[in-house]
Design a protein around this ligand. Structure first.
Ligand code: ZN
Length: 367
């Protein structure tokens, strides 16, 4: 009887110890995933597989640590905050206020990094798929007009380290930054230099390498068409042809979903941008950017209009002014909880952030 009792006690102890060991093992495993995630994100510098592993790294983090109110508060998450969408034109030797020198652009990225920003594509914004590390603030970098300084290949085949693409790639390789930005390209304009970054024999290669590295290529129409003044048939033609042509060049099932409206001149009816058809060629755009207007509202708020996303022109001290504004008004800033599957924010929001959408199709955590 006593002996049997001992055996039972031994079994109970063994069962408890085994359970605890299993639990500890599980925690260690979860911790390992969490630790691995930032590396995976950081290493997402170039190449499709790395970009993909960066994404799955974040998904692992999400599995290991579901968001809680305490966690969101500790991070200071506010996913109803403003998201700046930056607008760049030329990168190169100064010609006008629209040109950023390579040194300027490098400094811009360094400034954004040190101020806690982390890049996403415009398509991620309109898809409500904002995947940046906890505590970071998303930023969208956009380029209009596909001028040569945005992406140049040198005679030896290397990417020009002073071109926009070269500078962004270097920033991603250095860590704390991802290969994300949106390039709105032209297909038939004078000067030819603005046709897909110049270098006619390199066009397909450039579009493919942008997309496979993690960047987005969107439409800026075929000829930089003024959609407000253009006949509706011409507008539909260019919206359809630009999308189809970019998709053909990139290949691999790539879909163009965003555009930059030339001159910020919108057609009379947004429906023309949203979707249409030209000679049996259908098109649709989920997101479109304006040329001015300041930071964007969070896509999780009622005021967010995906076809009218405002931008900030990066000229002079505009970027420093933006960072100063967020330092003075931290309650306006979008701060990620690190979990793309949940939306976290303080219980009380600044009025300027507008009203959260009532149905987000995902958990909302307020603290
Ligand atoms: Zn333009």
């Amino acid at each position: 009887m006593l002996r049997f009792d001992k055996i039972v006690r031994f079994m109970v102890v063994a069962f408890i110890v085994g359970g605890v060991v299993g639990l500890v093992g599980g925690l260690v495993f979860g911790g390992g995933n969490t630790a691995a995630a930032p590396d995976a994100t950081v290493s997402a510098a170039a190449g499709e597989s790395q970009a993909v592993s960066g994404r799955s790294g974040s998904a692992e983090t999400q599995k290991a640590a579901p968001m809680t109110a305490e966690g969101a508060k500790a991070i200071g998450a506010n996913e109803f905050g403003l998201i700046p969408v930056l607008e760049y034109h030329k990168i190169g030797t100064p010609e006008s206020q629209w040109t950023r020198t390579p040194e300027h652009f490098r400094e811009d990225i360094a400034l954004l990094k040190s101020a806690g920003f982390f890049p996403i594509n415009l398509g991620d914004l309109v898809d409500l798929s904002i995947d940046v590390p906890a505590g970071k603030s998303p930023i969208v970098i956009t380029f209009d007009d596909s001028s040569p300084g945005q992406y140049r290949i040198l005679e030896d085949g290397a990417v020009d380290p002073d071109s926009g693409f070269g500078i962004l790639q270097k920033a991603a390789e250095a860590g704390g930054w991802a290969p994300r930005a949106s390039f709105f390209v032209l297909l038939d304009v004078r000067p030819n230099d603005n046709v897909l970054f110049g270098q006619p024999d390199r066009q397909t290669e450039k579009l493919r390498s942008l997309v496979s590295s993690g960047y987005e290529v969107g439409s800026h129409t075929v000829t930089h068409l003024n959609l407000k003044k253009a006949a509706e048939a011409e507008a539909r033609k260019q919206l359809a042809v630009s999308k189809a042509t970019i998709e053909k060049y990139v290949g691999g099932g790539y879909k163009v979903r965003t555009m930059s409206v030339p001159f910020g001149e919108y057609p009379a009816d947004d429906a023309l941008l949203a979707s249409g058809e030209y000679e049996g060629m259908p098109y649709s755009y989920k997101g479109a950017v304006e040329v001015t207007g300041g930071s964007s509202l969070s896509p999780f708020t009622k005021g967010f209009q995906p076809l009218h996303i405002p931008r900030i022109q990066v000229t002079g001290s505009a970027l420093q002014d933006l960072i100063d504004m967020f330092s003075a008004n931290p309650e306006l800033r979008y701060v990620s909880d690190g979990d793309p599957a949940a939306v976290s924010a303080p219980a009380t929001l600044a009025k300027k952030l507008g009203t959260p959408l009532s149905e987000l199709g995902r958990p909302v955590i307020r603290y």
